[in-house]
Design a protein around this ligand. Structure first.
Ligand code: FCB
Length: 455
């Protein structure tokens, strides 16, 4: 196969999120988050796992930055835990929490790694959930802006790339409609309010971040995926359109066109979130870039099980296709489709792929079982996955998509939300009992790609 290289100025990064890696949940004044509470709910998390220790990155961040430097990773996308900065959500600021991120940023810059900071990657302070119902209530928007101002004031002299929200669809739908993520609700009306309020909060945050940090580049990260039909019938076509509007266009249209997609909006009917005058203009505040997370595609079909929408997004799974350990179809051309769609239908904004990667079952070979010297992790399926998706990204770049960079999910194995530690996405293996890090074959492969692209 042809060797793959990217333009010299293309940025190769790695991504993580606070609750998934930090641990140290009771340290230095951090307040509880909705995930700390959700993890205690019996049966919520596979294996009864929690983020209490995770990768212990809070204490081992220097070592983790050193691993990135060794691999030649140029940028690191991480998230700030709001409960470390303002433990009860909108009360007093906790300087010790901010200090941690300040030290992390210094460590990164010292290693020549550019920080990309996500401000909300789902770990809402529990107090805000209890007090306001979280983003159900507009007071949570004000609290978010207060928190953002604190973070950007302290880090903005060194951090220039900001991502307001990570995957507002997942946060709203998995957390408030399906109940499989924190806060674990199954309330459709609440879910759509949470979706809308995150977008309004995003729009206000864009202006705020630019005021505090005039040379900031500000964006938002969406989970985007192509929706295809299980067949070519007219009923399926309608389900595809509805699913696509619910998953992709709800956010893309709001951000880039200032309106929600009509058919879906009409169908929402009594579930519609209250939209105040000025909201849509705020949401459509121009961004400096769009972050795209893509892992798979969806196959939609008609379904009468979820009125008023009448679609099922995860219809059938053709057995001849390849699936990751998450059960997600390996579908690299979907990344190409998503990138070209954003280019062609939404004005070709600068784009970063802020997450892409795969969970497969990994095992340590060589060395001791607990990861002694000589230990290796061979993960050829992850290498093939990354290679396939990066080739599709490369194709979109060649066809005019303004793609600026790619962040692999994830730097290291971590707490995969409801799946706990059983699903490993890292290019670095984490041996949890010892917290030892072992660079996987995919990590070496990624380092080689970066080196080749940089000439
Ligand atoms: C995304 C999340 C990220 C990670 C990957 C596998 O939805 O943003 O935190 O869990 O999925």
């Amino acid at each position: 196969m042809d060797s793959l290289t990217f333009p010299r100025d293309f940025i190769f990064g790695a991504a993580t999120a606070s609750y998934q890696i930090e641990g140290a949940v009771w340290e230095d004044g951090r307040g509880p988050s909705i995930w700390d509470q959700f993890c205690r709910r019996p049966g919520a998390i596979s294996g009864g796992d929690t983020g209490e220790v995770a990768c212990d990155h809070y204490h081992r961040y220097r070592q983790d930055v050193a691993v990135m430097r060794e691999l030649g990773v140029q940028a690191y996308r991480f998230s700030v835990a709001w409960p470390r900065v303002i433990p009860d959500g909108d009360g007093a600021v906790n300087p010790a929490g901010l200090d941690h991120y300040s030290r992390l940023v210094d460590e990164l810059l010292g290693a020549g790694i550019t920080p990309f900071v996500t401000l909300f990657h789902w770990d809402l302070p529990l107090a805000l959930q209890q007090r306001y119902g979280g983003f159900t209530d507009r007071r949570c928007i004000d609290a978010f802006l207060k928190y953002v101002e604190q973070v950007v004031t302290v880090l903005g002299d060194r951090v220039k790339n900001w991502i307001t929200f990570n995957e507002p669809w997942v946060y709203a739908v998995l957390g408030h409609l399906l109940g499989v993520h924190a806060p674990g609700l199954r309330k459709p009306r609440v879910a759509f309010r949470v979706a809308h309020h995150q977008l309004v909060a995003h729009g206000h945050a864009v202006g705020l971040i630019r005021r505090v940090c005039p040379d900031a580049q500000v964006g938002i990260t969406l989970n985007l995926a192509p929706v295809h039909g299980v067949d070519h019938s007219p009923g399926t076509a309608r389900a595809v359109e509805m699913a696509d509007q619910a998953l992709n266009r709800f956010f893309l249209d709001a951000l880039f066109r200032g309106s929600y997609p009509q058919r879906f909006w009409r169908r929402l009917s009594v579930l519609r979130p209250p939209v105040r005058s000025g909201d849509m203009e705020t949401i459509a505040t121009p961004v400096d870039f769009l972050g795209i997370n893509n892992y798979t595609r969806h196959l939609a079909r008609r379904s009468f099980s979820n009125p008023p929408f009448f679609f099922d997004m995860d219809g059938t799974t053709p057995p001849e296709r390849e699936y990751t350990a998450m059960g997600w179809e390996v579908y690299p051309q979907g990344l190409y489709e998503v990138l070209m769609r954003v280019k062609n239908e939404y004005g070709n904004p600068p784009v970063y792929i802020t997450e892409n990667g795969a969970a497969f079952t990994d095992a340590i070979a060589g060395g001791d079982d607990d990861g002694g010297a000589g230990a290796r992790v061979e993960d050829p399926r992850r290498v093939a996955y990354l290679d396939g998706y990066l080739r599709c990204a490369h194709q979109a770049l060649g066809e005019g998509c303004d793609l600026r960079g790619y962040f692999v999910w994830s730097l290291m194995d971590n707490f995969e939300w409801a799946e706990g530690y059983a699903k490993r996405f890292g290019i670095v293996y984490v041996d949890y009992p010892t917290q030892r890090r072992i660079v996987k074959a995919s990590g070496r492969w990624y380092a080689g790609l970066i080196a080749a692209s940089r000439g």
